[in-house]
Design a protein around this ligand. Structure first.
Ligand SMILES: C[S@@+](CC[C@H](N)C(=O)[O-])C[C@H]1O[C@@H](n2cnc3c(N)ncnc32)[C@H](O)[C@@H]1O
Length: 288
């Protein structure tokens, strides 16, 4: 059963053509999926509420908010560090964060001092998190991650530190903050609380830890999830949802069990090799 026109699904998206709105470079980030999200949302009634229950870098929720594809966007994330970033950007401390990034003189010494500092206010955690996300290998914040060795083009720690770009993204998100809400919490619980809301539309991008090869395990601090439960709860959604997962027999089994429609989609990973993921939905309207 097809969700999208197969021709577009096999075209690998050039992500440089997609506006980068998130301050994160997020492992498992879905920038490459944004054109498909637009197609999906153009095909249904404009949602009053668009919910991203596993937000991470939230490129999809942000794109929906900026492009006015839903009236309101709700982002949900469990990770405390990632949450600190969203809370700060959506608060009056956004400007503080932008300025902190602009004025930070990045070197091995300044990084060491900053990461060892014990100040744990939300805005300070937000700054530290953005810093780590930019200078840690692969943007990975989970335990076990650490500083990039050489960075890109031998530029070391500075290779992913673009202060003006980051400050600009933060200020732009702040400008549309009335359209975005953030909850630090459990994505499944939030889905459950909006199950009966017909105008709630969900983009569900959980950590990929249901399959045997478990790709999400080393990427996120919170990688454990009851995937059976997520599928079961999702089967009670009365509005629309689109879910992404790695293309794995266990996910196909769960999708079939709940009579979801699903289709594989090709993406290019960070190593520029092609990989297949699954798009899963309750949206029968997408069947051609
Ligand atoms: C695949 S990533 C999402 C990436 C995101 N779509 C993007 O484009 O940046 C999954 C996210 O779910 C978060 N997470 C894990 N368990 C969660 C839970 N129970 N509730 C909410 N978020 C959770 C992880 O911390 C991680 O940020």
């Amino acid at each position: 059963m097809k969700l999208f026109d197969i021709k577009t699904l096999n075209e690998v998206v050039n992500i440089s053509t997609i506006p980068h709105r998130s301050p994160f470079r997020y492992p498992g980030g879905k920038t490459w999926l944004v054109p498909r999200i637009r197609e999906w949302l153009f095909g249904i009634e404009k949602p009053a509420l668009f919910i991203e229950p596993f937000a991470g870098g939230a490129i999809v929720g942000l794109s929906v908010a900026f492009e006015n594809l839903a009236s309101q966007v709700l982002l949900v994330e469990k990770d405390e560090e990632v949450s600190a970033v969203w809370k700060t950007i959506l608060s009056e401390d956004a400007e503080w964060l932008a300025n902190q990034i602009l004025s930070f003189d990045l070197s091995h010494d300044s990084v060491k001092k900053e990461l060892e500092a014990s100040d744990s206010s939300t805005k300070q955690v937000a700054f530290k998190t953005i810093l780590k996300n930019r200078i840690y290998h692969g943007g990975i914040l989970a335990p076990g991650s650490g500083l990039m060795k050489n960075g890109e083009n031998g530029k070391g720690l500075l290779s992913r530190w673009y202060p003006a770009t980051l400050a600009g993204r933060i200020r732009n998100i702040f400008k549309i903050k009335s359209r975005i809400k953030f909850i630090q919490g459990d994505g499944i619980a939030v889905i459950r609380s909006f199950l009966d809301n017909k105008s709630a539309t969900f983009f569900i991008d959980p950590p990929y830890t249901a399959s045997r090869n478990n790709p999400g395990k080393r990427l996120y601090t919170h990688h454990e999830l009851n995937h059976e439960d997520l599928f079961k709860v999702s089967s009670d959604i009365v509005g629309h949802f689109l879910m992404t997962y790695d293309n794995d027999p266990e996910i196909v089994r769960l999708s079939e069990k709940h009579r979801f429609v699903f289709q594989s989609i090709t993406m290019k990973n960070t190593h520029h090799s092609k990989k297949s993921e699954l798009l899963i939905s309750n949206d029968l309207a997408w069947i051609h």
